[in-house]
Design a protein around this ligand. Structure first.
Ligand SMILES: *Cc1c(COP(=O)(O)O)cnc(C)c1O
Length: 337
């Protein structure tokens, strides 16, 4: 075992034993190689720096209560990175090869997977970028795909804690995800200013983006999907072309359905924000972040300073599946042997 203080881990990067690198050349991916360094040598004229052919994924491996190490839904991330790749004219990475690569890098770093009971997990960050040196705007011919892993801690040490959010419409900026269903590095850069303004001027840790054309519908938070429970107990989440299809949201929708909750994926109006019972952000890093209130210009919508009962229940069920304490009826866990 590595000398890591598991209960002190947050979401910072901790170096591990290795990362796994693949190169795409002459129309195909190689077999990949494990590296014990974090440095690469790449041309200053690489496409990724100038024209932004750079996409990524985020997923996790957990130690279950019976001592297995399992990856949560890697096929879903494999499918999504290929959807991102198609949109940015980057090569697809075969899905079975992606799942094998994730298993291989986790197996090589098995000592860095936080033990059961710590609440931590091994975060897996696949990243693909164009490396061909070029000045003209055109797709790269060569690419790298690197699978990086780092142990991360339980986000909530003392239970789910709601945070404040504010609507970003007054920031005079479009939503950062207006380029569609692409998990692209550039989308994140585009959202950083809005989040900085949310923090500094409105003292909110997260910004909520509306549809850029009419500002009447909810899209998503800066780095996570929007979900809510209505007063009549339904799970609602926006059906919008600008929203990144979150695997956590997809899993929570299934969990909610399994628990007998009606799930509605539909446009969520800004005008109905005042009538919602519970609101949360969701994504791989945190699973669920409850939202206590949303500031919308002069108006404030309140959802309570404690996590709502329904959010708590779906959170407990999903994290229970990840830890192996709730039956994995949808075969979401892929074991690393
Ligand atoms: C990654 C991401 C999410 C969350 O997706 P998960 O698959 O649940 O981690 C939500 N919104 C954006 C913009 C993202 O990039």
């Amino acid at each position: 075992m590595q000398k890591i203080e598991w209960d002190k881990l947050g979401f910072e990067f901790t170096p591990t034993k290795s990362n796994l690198r693949f190169t795409y050349k002459d129309g195909k991916w190689d077999d990949g190689e494990l590296y014990d360094t974090y440095d690469i040598t790449v041309s200053v004229v690489a496409n990724a720096f100038h024209y932004g052919q750079a996409i990524f994924e985020g997923l996790k491996a957990f130690t279950t209560c019976d001592g297995r190490v399992c990856i949560f839904r890697p096929e879903a991330n494999a499918a999504r990175i290929n959807s991102s790749a198609r949109h940015l004219l980057m090569p697809e990475f075969p899905e079975d090869k992606f799942v094998e690569a994730v298993k291989r890098v986790v197996a090589d770093n098995i000592d860095y997977v936080p033990p059961y009971g710590t609440g931590g997990s091994l975060y897996i960050r696949p990243v693909m970028f164009g490396i061909t040196p070029q000045i003209g705007v055109s797709p790269s011919k060569e690419y790298m795909m690197i699978f990086i892993v780092t142990p991360v801690g339980a986000y909530y040490k003392g239970g789910l804690t709601p945070v404040e959010a504010c609507i970003s419409v007054d920031f005079d900026r479009a939503a950062p995800h207006g380029t569609g269903h692409i998990k692209a590095a550039g989308n994140y850069a585009a959202g950083m200013l809005s989040t900085k303004i949310a923090k500094e001027q409105h003292h909110c840790p997260v910004a909520l983006f509306l549809d850029p054309a009419t500002h009447t519908m909810v899209d998503e938070f800066g780095t996570s999907n929007f979900l809510a429970i209505t007063k009549d107990g339904k799970y609602v989440t926006p059906d919008s072309k600008s929203v990144l299809p979150s695997i956590t949201n997809n899993s929570l929708m299934q969990v909610a359905e399994d628990l007998g909750i009606t799930v509605e994926r539909r446009p969520v109006m800004r005008a109905e924000l005042k009538d919602l019972a519970e609101v949360a952000a969701c994504g791989t890093a945190v699973v669920i972040t409850p939202v206590s209130r949303i500031y919308d210009g002069d108006q404030v919508y309140e959802y309570g300073d404690k996590v709502g009962a329904t959010m708590q229940k779906i959170y407990d069920t999903l994290t229970g599946i990840q830890k192996g304490v709730v039956p994995d009826t949808h075969n979401w866990l892929v074991e690393v042997k």
